[in-house]
Design a protein around this ligand. Structure first.
Ligand SMILES: Nc1ncnc2c1ncn2[C@@H]1O[C@H](COP(=O)(O)OP(=O)(O)OP(=O)(O)O)[C@@H](O)[C@H]1O
Length: 220
């Protein structure tokens, strides 16, 4: 059943997480993410940004609280480290998910080339994945995710391996995806990605209050 995109959202209530044997990473997270927004998820290294993406995707069970995904059928994920099939061409990486969605080979190729152009990957299209640079491979992962028209797009450090001008292109494309009725959540350390987002969620502000768990020292 298709849901009205206007009703589409991701809602967290009292969300918190810790892994077995680790301290609590974040707690009490009440968030509602709407289509049309690009939400930057920031916080120091190890604060739980990637973990929160996994929880929002439904891959990791939260230790506390809940995540509700309303009208989310397709989830796109772009990992921190690009993964591809070494011998397959860059073009194939974008064409295959479109074929899986029922496109003909000709339509899938045309659509894939269009998306790859946006990410400045036209010249890389015929090259095998193993021959791509780190930045090209990362842009390819974004192009593939965008081509699948996700309702929810989760992106981990999209600009980590890119030069400034390519990073700016990536930031602009993320905003375009959001305008296409998708909820977009981007974990980032990059100040310009954060600035290109419509909202910022800082996990540093959702750390558990140490005063709540550690007894205060009382002066003698
Ligand atoms: N499956 C796991 N089991 C135990 N600990 C884990 C697991 N996954 C992540 N962690 C730990 O949880 C903490 C948060 O990790 P996470 O990768 O979510 O942080 P991050 O904010 O994305 O970091 P970075 O900015 O460096 O990518 C880290 O200390 C990490 O070692």
């Amino acid at each position: 059943m298709l849901t009205d995109p206007a009703a589409r959202c991701v809602r967290t209530r009292g969300l918190g997480h810790r892994f077995a044997g680790t301290a609590t990473l974040f707690a009490g997270l009440d968030l509602t993410l709407h289509p049309g927004e690009v939400v930057a998820l920031v916080g120091p290294s190890g604060s739980g940004k990637s973990t929160l993406l996994s929880i929002v995707a439904g891959w990791e069970e939260p230790a506390e609280g809940s995540v509700e995904r309303v009208g989310i059928e397709r989830v796109g994920w772009v990992f921190q480290n690009p993964h591809g099939v070494a011998r397959r061409t860059a073009l194939d990486h974008v064409v295959l998910p479109l074929l899986a969605r029922g496109r003909t080979r000709a339509d899938a190729e045309a659509e894939a080339r269009e998306v790859m152009d946006v990410f400045d990957l036209a010249a890389a299209a015929p090259r095998p994945f193993r021959a791509l640079s780190g930045g090209e491979a990362q842009r390819l992962m974004l192009a593939r995710a965008v081509a699948t028209a996700p309702d929810l797009l989760l992106v981990d450090e999209p600009t980590a391996q890119l030069d400034r001008s390519t990073a700016d292109t990536v930031n602009a494309v993320l905003a375009q995806v959001a305008r296409a009725d998708a909820v977009v959540l981007v974990a980032t350390h990059d100040a310009s990605t954060r600035d290109a987002c419509t909202r910022v969620v800082d996990l540093a502000r959702h750390r558990p209050d140490p005063a709540a768990t550690v007894p205060r020292e009382v002066p003698a």
